[in-house]
Design a protein around this ligand. Structure first.
Ligand code: SAM
Length: 250
């Protein structure tokens, strides 16, 4: 299976869930104004541009000037320059950058793994949400990393990943920090948010060989269908590479 297909499968369940959130919020806000979406650590804007194409306004706050330059090009190519704004900043400056209670939806994908203080990043994200706004968090899951290393035969790495209480095991892991479902739920609660939905993302996609799928016609669609079918099933959640949580502010 080509990487492009894999990449689309990785993003599909999350994007579908986000679309549902945006539609629900649109129902509350009404048609008179676009939804205000903040993508914290939105990087090169792959997701921001897709959301802008749905008719919403997106601010990407990211500390990487290179990423923001790519975002600008991507937005121009997609014809959504007016709806996507890149701002140099980070989790620590988010509140000053976008303003308190200003965003209908805040996205924080792949960011808690890299920030210095995940709890502070989530508190900042919560502070910029309007009442009943939604925070979308996507973060790497520790148990899946243990599972992946074990079934690949890297038992020492699996053991290290399992026993490290912080979910960090340094040089053997390219991801600086991984989380348990409980940790993420607690962090969101401490930020004053209520978790409404949790999904397992990439339950199977990262654990199966791409070469195997190439021999099976329709494998990409079948995998996509399977991922969607198990995403909210708690029996499968522990082996999902990432967890996607949607949480609301009261
Ligand atoms: C793994 S990438 C994720 C990019 C994008 N959100 C995605 O899901 O594809 C991590 C992003 O977080 C940004 N980042 C790093 N430190 C950050 C911080 N303290 N606050 C906000 N974003 C940060 C990086 O520049 C990078 O764009």
């Amino acid at each position: 299976m080509v990487e492009r297909q894999r990449s689309a499968i990785r993003g599909a369940v999350v994007f579908d869930a986000l679309q549902a959130v945006l539609q629900a919020r649109r129902g509350v806000v009404g048609p008179d104004r676009p939804l205000h979406v903040v993508d914290l650590g939105g990087g090169t804007g792959g997701l921001a541009v897709r959301i802008a194409r749905l008719g919403h306004e997106v601010v990407v706050v990211d500390p990487s000037p290179d990423a923001l330059a790519s975002l600008e090009s991507r937005a121009a190519e997609s014809g959504v320059t007016d709806s996507v704004r890149g701002v140099l900043g980070d989790a620590a400056t988010l509140l000053e950058t976008v303003g308190e209670r200003s965003a209908d939806v805040v996205i924080c994908h792949g960011v808690l793994e890299v920030v210095d203080e995940p709890a502070e990043a989530l508190q900042a994200a919560a502070a910029v949400l309007v009442a009943h706004g939604c925070l979308s968090v996507l973060a790497a899951q520790r148990s899946a990393a243990v599972f992946a290393r074990a079934i690949a035969g890297h038992l020492g790495d699996a053991r290290a990943a399992l026993t490290d209480p912080d979910g960090t095991w340094g040089s053997t892991d390219p991801v600086p920090r991984r989380f348990s479902r409980q940790q993420l739920t607690s962090l969101l609660g401490e930020a004053g948010l209520t978790v409404a939905e949790t999904r397992g993302i990439r339950v199977f996609t990262d654990h199966i060989s791409g070469a195997l799928d190439d021999t099976e016609p329709g494998a990409a669609d079948a995998l996509l269908d399977l991922e969607a079918a198990v995403a909210t099933d708690p029996d499968f959640m522990a082996i999902a590479t990432q967890l996607h949580l949607l949480a609301t502010r009261s």
